[in-house]
Each structure stands twice: as C-alpha cells, then as structure tokens.
Write a protein that binds this ligand. Structure first.
Ligand code: HEC
Ligand code: HEC
Length: 367
C-alpha cells in the first residue's frame, strides 16, 4: 500500500473502482472478483485499508466495507484460486459463504478449539476486526443465528445496539431511588461477596449459614431490631470475625448502610425495573458504567489470588477477553451454552444486561 496516498483520496478511488465493478456485474453475489488469470493475492490496485483502531466502525457492518478488506489483507495470499491452501478458496463472496455456514470462517478467525487458527497460530486479526466478523456472521450478536441471506453491499446486521431491556420486565414497579430493592441491590451484593464456594453457598454452608437466596438470607435478619441482624452485625466486626473475612475486602460504608436500610424498610423480597427511559444504554463507559456492575455482582467471586472459575474480572484486559469470546454476555443473559452468572437463580437487572451488551457491541473499549 502506498503510504503517501491520502486516506480520503484512497477511499474515493476505492469507491469509484467499486462502482465500476458493480456496474459491470450481473451477478451481484460476486464482489470484487479477481480478473480471469489474475491471482487475487497479487492485485495491484489500491486495497481498502484494513480497519485500524481509529477507523474501527463496528456499528454499520457490510460485506464490502467491513469483511472483504479483512479477507483481502489477511487471507487471500494463501486462500486464492491458484493457491488454495487447505483447499480453501476465499477469493469471492460466493466462495466465502460456505465457510460462514459451516462455522469454519468464524472458528478459524476466532481461534476456537477444533479449528485451524487463522491467519496463523501466532497471529490473530485485531479485536476490532473480530467484532466486525462476529457481527457480520451472527446477526443479532451474540444470540443470533448465522445469517443465510447475506448480500454484498447490504448492511447485514440490523440489530446492533439494544435500547430496550433484553428480557421483558417481570414487574411494573419503577425503581424508587429511596427504596433499597432486594433483587437489584441486596441479592447480587450478598451472592457476589458471601455465597461463593467455601463460604455460604448451599454446599459449604459455613457455620450453617446459606446466603444464596431470599429465603435463606432472611434468616439472618431481624426486622424488629434491624441493627441487631447478624446479616448487618457480621459486616461491622473486626479482624478475622469480619464478614467477608480478610483477605477479602470489607463492604464499603455505603453498602453496609444499604443493607441496614433494606432491613429497616422491612427486608422485603422486592424488585423494580428501571423504566424504559431511565435505562440509558448508549455510549457506555467501561469505567463509569460497566465496572460498577461488575463490582456489585461479580468481583466478589472473580478477583483475588484464586478467582472463581479462574476468571478475574477486575481488569479491562480480562473483561474484554470474556466480552469477545461471548461468555460475558452469555453468562449474564443466562443464554443456553453458558454458565449462568451471578448464579442460575440470580440475574443482574435487564437494564444492566443491556448496558453490558451495548458496551460489548461498541467494541468493549477501555473508556
Ligand atoms: C500463510 C498462509 C495462510 C493465511 C494467511 C491464512 N490461511 Fe487459512 N489455511 C492455511 C492452510 C495451510 C490451511 C490448511 C491447513 C490447516 O487447516 O491448518 C488453512 C485452512 C483454513 C481453513 C479451514 C480450517 C479448518 O478448520 O478446516 C479456513 C476456514 C481458513 N484457513 C480461513 C482463513 C482465513 C479466514 C484467513 C484470514 C483471516 C486465513 N485462513 C489466512 C493457510 C493460511
Ligand atoms: C458466587 C460466586 C460467583 C459470582 C457472584 C459470579 N460468578 Fe461467574 N463464575 C463463578 C464460578 C465458580 C465459575 C466457574 C463455573 C464452572 O466452571 O462451572 C464462574 C464462571 C464465569 C464465567 C465463565 C462462564 C462460561 O460459560 O464459561 C463468566 C464469563 C463469569 N463467571 C462471569 C461472571 C459475571 C459477569 C458475574 C457478575 C454478573 C459473575 N460471574 C458472578 C462464580 C461466580
């Protein structure tokens, strides 16, 4: 690629060339084909620059704009008509599609087990490119099925950012800022910090205490004398007696106060939904929107020297890894094939799930 060429100019040239190619073509399913006798890998015309960090558009995905340049820049040199490595020819749209349908394009690009890692075992596409591929292949990523009617030039993925909650609200109670709701605030906090294995899950039951659900948690509560509740006093103790015990971090002052408020308000098994307009899921920030969700519901188990499931969710690098392989969303949305998080019976709010999805869909940035 000629470095001197100015970016805008290159695009104009490219669009112009595209125009000619399509104008001359009857079969629109075959974009930018190699001319007869020419090896696609040796094309000398300017090639659309691969997406770079600054031009990472994971929102409007199309074959021509998003996928074809990736294939040209990373795959065509080995997978063309003349040199079809592994018998795989990726020189046209029609030839690529069977590998979309059989999962091999996705599996090899994502370096999934059971597939030959591409472009090679030691080099991957950029995370931006992987997101584009993922969205192009999986319609309503990551829950959708493989699209079979992909057409070049068509924007392929209509569902990019979810603005409505993923699961329909189970209750019409709109969250009141003065009320502490069990399902949204207390349950996830307690489960995340107390109900891990070795502590107060149903199997370990340290000191006979189980803190996995409302019916068990309520046993540690005294609504007649809220501040004598063991659920509350255990948080205030010092040294080894404190819950959660060192080296785990103590609850923050705010969280301790919140537990007491919930008990004072009657320790109800209550729940609310942020109303449609209150749940803002656009322009999600890792620091401001995602980290607080993880801290409230996940890092109690997924941090420290021995994080549960060997998964540490306290750094952006780790969280984005699980964002990219689909497990973060799959687990919080309780999708089939993933281990339900925070637990099979506890979900984070649908608003928080939508926030996580939106953040993942826009590239799981460290913003
Ligand atoms: C340096 C040469 C080279 C490059 C670059 C390359 N491949 Fe391959 N590819 C091969 C070889 C060789 C095989 C067959 C051997 C194997 O399966 O490991 C193969 C196999 C495949 C297969 C079949 C995999 C399977 O599990 O059956 C797919 C799909 C594939 N490549 C896609 C791609 C894609 C997509 C790219 C670009 C992101 C790419 N390749 C880049 C050399 C390459
Ligand atoms: C009570 C402890 C606990 C809490 C709270 C918890 N996890 Fe987990 N998580 C685990 C354990 C244990 C595993 C490993 C389970 C296994 O491998 O069977 C796991 C596995 C996972 C996995 C891998 C899932 C898969 O399908 O492979 C992800 C991703 C994950 N957790 C994310 C989260 C997120 C996000 C939250 C917060 C919303 C969360 N976890 C809250 C204990 C917890």
């Amino acid at each position: 690629m000629k470095i001197g060429l100015d970016q805008k100019m290159k695009r104009t040239v490219m669009l112009f060339l595209l125009g000619i190619v399509f104008a001359c073509q009857n079969d629109k399913n075959t974009p930018l084909p190699a001319k007869p006798g020419e090896t696609p890998g040796s094309i000398t015309t300017p090639v659309t620059p691969g997406p770079t960090a600054s031009s990472c558009d994971t929102v409007s995905i199309s074959f021509d704009k998003s996928i074809w340049p990736i294939v040209q820049n990373n795959c065509i040199s080995c997978h063309n008509t003349t040199l079809a490595s592994g018998n795989v020819d990726l020189s046209t749209y029609d030839k690529i599609i069977p590998y979309v349908k059989n999962g091999k394009l996705y599996g090899s690009m994502m370096h999934l087990p059971g597939y030959s890692p591409m472009p090679s075992a030691s080099s991957s596409l950029t995370s931006c490119e992987l997101i584009m591929v993922k969205k192009w292949i999986i319609g309503s990523y990551p829950t959708g099925t493989i699209l079979v009617d992909l057409k070049p030039s068509n924007p392929v993925n209509p569902i990019v950012t979810i603005t409505t909650p993923v699961t329909p609200p189970t209750t019409n109670v709109v969250c009141n800022p003065d009320t502490v709701y069990f399902k949204q605030k207390i349950l996830t906090l307690i489960v995340s910090n107390c109900a891990m294995s070795g502590c107060h899950d149903a199997i370990s039951q340290r000191e006979g205490v189980i803190l996995t659900d409302y019916n068990h948690i309520i046993k540690e509560v005294n609504t007649k004398n809220p501040s004598s509740s063991s659920l509350y006093t255990s948080l205030l103790r010092t040294g080894e007696e404190r819950m959660p015990p060192p080296p785990m971090a103590a609850f923050s002052k705010d969280n301790i106060a919140m537990v007491l408020t919930w008990i004072k308000q009657g320790a109800k098994n209550n729940s609310c939904e942020a109303s449609g307009t209150a749940c803002i899921t656009t322009n999600m920030s890792y620091a401001k929107d995602i980290t607080p969700i993880l801290q409230a519901s996940c890092t109690g188990c997924h941090s420290g020297t021995k994080p549960q499931g060997s998964i540490d969710l306290t750094t952006h690098a780790n969280v984005s890894k699980y964002a990219l392989n689909g497990k973060l969303y799959g687990s919080v949305a309780h999708l089939a094939g993933y281990i339900a998080m925070p637990s099979a019976s506890v979900s984070i709010s649908s608003c928080d799930i939508s926030k996580i999805k939106s953040w993942i869909d826009s590239g799981s940035k460290n913003n």
